[in-house]
Design a protein around this ligand. Structure first.
Ligand code: TYC
Length: 99
């Protein structure tokens, strides 16, 4: 059974280090490469060179890491990807998972 001190330490650790979440873009057959590069630049603040590299990586390996954020920010990024993609008629999707 955990002692009071162990609980206190767990609490302090949780306060000091909020969980982080990895946000991935997923590959599909319909979203244009240019659109994915634009998303990586505009939402994930990548340089053009980085964005192109990540996009090609996703194209070959099915998903690619775009950034690591707190829960709320990761959730917002995922929603922004889907919203922008829908507006442009692409099925691009993003997922998040605990680091
Ligand atoms: N596979 C897409 C194509 O050939 C390009 C693409 C790359 C789509 C990355 C989504 O997350 C993605 N047009």
């Amino acid at each position: 059974m955990a002692t009071d001190i162990e609980f206190e330490l767990q609490d302090e650790t949780a306060l000091a280090y909020p969980k982080k979440y990895k946000v991935y873009l997923l590959n599909d057959d319909y979203t244009s490469m240019d659109f994915v590069v634009d998303i990586l630049i505009s939402l994930f603040h990548k340089s053009y060179e980085e964005a192109e590299k990540i996009m090609l990586d996703i194209h070959k390996k099915d998903r690619g890491l775009c950034g690591i954020y707190t829960h709320e920010i990761a959730e917002t990024k995922v929603m922004q990807v889907v919203k922008k993609a829908k507006e442009s008629g692409f099925p691009l999707k993003a997922t998040m998972e605990e680091e």
